[in-house]
Write a protein that binds this ligand. Sequence first.
Ligand code: 5GP
Ligand code: ZN
Length: 111
Amino acid sequence: MCIFCKMAKGEITPKTVLEDDEVLAFHDISPQAPVHVLVIPKRHVESLAAAEPADQALLGKLLWTAREVAQKLGLDAGYRTVLNSGAEAGQSVFHLHLHVLGGRAMAWPPG
Ligand code: 5GP
Ligand code: ZN
């Protein structure tokens, strides 16, 4: 079972921000900004590229959860969402996750 599935099933306990029956949001172990939260579906989906038409509502839920995380953590000045799909994009955990980054100014483009 992948590490994010273990979190979804409660076998590993992350620093949880939000949770419901479909999604889990928790603090990244190696934060790249003062706030760095990952939002995952509890069901294993490997990547955005591997998602299927039936996953469309779940994909929307991830984005909505990112918005809730930002509100809960007071990211009123702004925040960035990032979704790496595939090795070349930098995906290192092959369980779909949306990064929520905030708490500092961030350059665009990211390089
Ligand atoms: P990716 O590079 O796949 O887009 O992002 C994976 C993210 O998962 C990285 O930011 C990494 O720090 C985070 N991560 C990897 N393993 C763990 C873990 O065991 N716990 C937490 N909280 N984050 C993790
Ligand atoms: Zn998984």
